[in-house]
Design a protein. Sequence first.
Lengths: 705, 329, 163
Amino acid sequence: MNTVGQRFARPDGRIKVTGAARYTADFDRPDKLHAVLVTAPAAGQLTSLDTEEAAHGPGVIRILTQADLPQFTAVPVPLMFSLPPMRNDTIRFEGQPVAMVLAETLEQAEAAAHRVRVTIAPAEVKSPGQSNPRPPVSDSGYIFAAVDAAKGDLAAGFSQATHRIAAEYAQPSRHHNAMEPHATLAWWEGEDLVVHDATQWTAGTRQMLAKALGLPPERVRVMCPHTGGGFGSKAFPKWHTLFAAAAARVSGRPVKLVLSRAQMYTMTGYQPLTRHRIELGATPDGGLTALHYDSVNVTSSTEDFVESATQAGRAMYAVPALETHERVEEITAGAPTPLRAPGGGASGMWALESAMDELAYTLGMDPLELRLRNHAEVDPVSGKPWSSKNLLEAYALGAERFGWHRRPAQAERDGDWMVGWGMASATMGSFRLPAAARVSLRADGTALLESSFNDIGTGVFTIFSQLVGDALGLPPDRVEIRNGDSTLPEACGTFCSASAMCVGAALLDACRQIRASLGEGDPLALLRWLGRESEAALGRFSPGEGVQLEIDGGASPNAMRTWGAVFVEVGVDRALGLLRLRRMLGSYSVGRVLNPRTTKSQLIGAMIWGWGMAAMEASIFEPRLGRFLSKNLVGVPLPVNADIPAVDAVWVDELDEVASPIGGKGVGEIGVVGVAPAVANAVFHATGLRIRELPILPEKLLAEE
Amino acid sequence: MQGFTYARAAVVSEALAAGREPGTAFLAGGTELLNWMRLEIAAPARILDITHLSGLDAIETLPDGGLRIGALARLNDVALAPAVVARVPVLSQAILSAASAQIRNLATIGGNLLQKTRCPYFRAEEMLPCNKKRPGSGCAARDGLNDRHAIFGWSDICVATHPSDPAVALAALDAAVITACGAGGRRIPINEFYLPPDAGQDRNSVLEQGELITAIEIPGSAPCSIYIKIRERESYEYATVSVALALDLDVWRRIARARVALGSVAARPWRLTAAEQALAGLEPGAAAITAAVESGFAEARPLAHNAYKIALGRNLVLRAIRLVAEMTP
Amino acid sequence: MLTGRMKFREQLDLTLKVNGREHSISLDARVTLLDALREYLGLTGTKKGCNFGECGACTVHLDGRRVNACLVLAAAAAGREITTIEGLADEKGMQHPVQQAFVDQDAFQCGFCSPGQIMSAVACIAEGHTRSDAEIREWMSGNICRCAAYPQIVAAVRQAAGD
């Protein structure tokens, strides 16, 4: 049986289209209390917290302040943000929680929260661009790969260059804005804590709660069968989950806490505003001689989050000399956190691929030709061979499907629209984490897969059903899956495009054990012949002995990344400042594609994220008030259906069994990469206007009618 | 939301009597009122649901070829009414560019005019310096991030813009707002309906407590009209700048009358009266059109971050003139 | 029941007609239709994504028209026909053609916005706003899908409209 590679429909389809799939806030407990967090209106010192009037509100059970909460044990970054709020009177950022209202109904809790009076002696606001960039502290907790890299003789490289460009690029902070708000429902059963939590990492939430509350992990149960999007914001646990657990303890009743959309702008992280300076040198044939790339990202005063913006850029092209640096700059805001396509996928590649386009024009070369000329056969920094890389084929496939070779030198007009074409390369790091999964083959002709992994819609139910089914000789629809429960074998989080690879490898290991124990032949027939009810095995995947997180192949002999190319056609109406997508195609080299249907959905969805980044998304920091100006979906537009006329994704045949026994690599994030620069490059083609700061808003495009 | 009491009115007289009591708010579509209460922009003690009043949602033609639209007509019903599409396409287009299909199924044409600004300082979940939310607290946008704010008619009290799309079309159409109140009611030209930004905290219009919009009247028709809305997102977003244009061409295809209103440039839809006068008598393709349009921006006063709205507004009007002229046989 | 002899009340006894069933409940006047469905009637298929009418996740039908349930007071919906995602299947439990089309076209990922998308799509088709893909896109733009399954959603609406 082989369903891998087939367009097998999602087994979770029916419950998701009927409203039967339950997300965290859909769960209920009798006698629960509704909790609403009260937050500080500015950074500074908390001078008074007046809960008197609010506490007398109808239905209000209690208003918890720092005095009411237990002393939490510190949880190391990045398992949770460093600062435990509601600990003392120092307010590090606008939106920091200072109190929690518990009431019988949601309406009562919300009304009372508005009645709590918070007075702050405001601190001086540090806004972007005001502080000197500095290296992040080495133990910040967010440094997963070296922040500085150097290779070859940079000065010599630039002196050999006949063509040079140096430019600065920037993109604003952006929030994840998953449709499902962060939510927790917590209660205690004696000394045991039970929690429903909207998370991308069931096991991580349990780890955090156990550590913070000083409980043995087995006394904490965390459940989350479905997560309504996360995009990184639900990867690491957040404080509100801990607060809900503590409030349930203090009140003796179950507590449900759902963050408001506004609170998701201050408490759950964001991708930080990052500025990039790139200098490229090349010879007349387009060969790169040197790359100098510095990035600076904003971070909180509480911790040094590193966006790792240069990581993708320094792996992209064969360049004999390079130097890259990552720096941070404090602002008066909450801490950033990874957002879809971290490690420089979204941010750094925006800068590098814009610079490459500028260089192509300087050289008078086709932008695709320049990429082909500098294709990296091995990892440029480590010199290690790639586990797999068919980027040249992906370029060719994409260019052919898009018709890149028909690209006119001068952009053409279509009515009031100037039509521009642009392209960019894409690369995304590979993250591998330990994972476990138990598989049981049952005599009734079904199999059961159990693992704590989370479903955020990437299609894991689909491909795991296929993998188990294929491995045990069953149709995929005979595979039952239990997931999202910390009592199950521990999976890695569903983030870093890693869960398919790592949980997939673990379940294959379990299936292999089952086959081994049953002997040669059809496993189900053997099981029945042996007269056994079931045969189970616990499978594991590990990127290496004791390795908790491996980046891009880590210490293994191979470097691992995913690859792609993005081709975009835009229309620009400069008189009206309008930028509109006309069509977009991504072409990828990402290992084996387990299910073309869900893979395409993931890639297309991520490419649309790229359009949002290019054309509209920005969480603007108000420099005088020290806050994100808009904390809602009106002030921060996300793409809607009408923005997306035509998007498609294709890929090359590939099998990468070095990266994972499933033969595939991650596809969850690479679709984002390269879209923003391809759009900006298309705008340049259309108009001759080089946009170096995202998003590309009407005021940046305007010209006289 | 703070607590309130709720009742439904069955007849207009009942609504008017109850509405006079301070602290009473009429509830029609609710698409603004509920959010105001969530953000503490409004905290009415009593909510009077007027959606069951009969006879206030009709769309009728008037003897002069104009239209009378009941205040409780839902936006989608107005936009898709054949009479509206044929006689005042600018209004249909403006409505369909507003909000989403779902919101347009709730929101009423009367309520739409009473939207409050989308200024992010005003709409913040916390109390920020905003004279419209807390009098005397200042205007954070005046010297803050004001790229989306007014270029016409602002004061140091408030630099915000009005967000309604339909109101811009109605301003270009010289519509009138018909109201009822205890004393009988009024007919208020829409261009006199909105108050200047420094008129007082929560007063954006001349409506008095308990005064109920019952209808919108549009005199005559404007088949040669258009609404163009600029925004970075293609749909479901407020305007960066918008234009409503109604042109009357004479038999020589010269502009007999141009009526131009801009949206998102002032605390009310902004008629470019100087430009309208200068446009009269010109052919739509004439070189003099540009100068005529630009004369409408002589009184524009950009803030620190929104000078682009002058260029954008100018281009929008020029585009609108060209497009209307092209589609006019 | 609420009209006539107008009386302002803070706590309301009302009847909500949801998916053909009448539910008599007593509610704080502040309770929205969305919270009434989720918190009082246990109909959690309708989602709360923003609570400001900015995302469309809470789309339901009110007297056959699609609306944002977060922008409607439960009191104002009393006596009217309310349809939620739970009410789309027929009496035999067969999925609505739009639900099937969403599965066929892979028109969702995380699934959180899907109930709202589907309620919107059913209405979009009934309204006749499916004459072109561009028209579908425009009339489906009141529902944000952060996973961005937009092209597949258009395909699903097109499929169901053709059925």
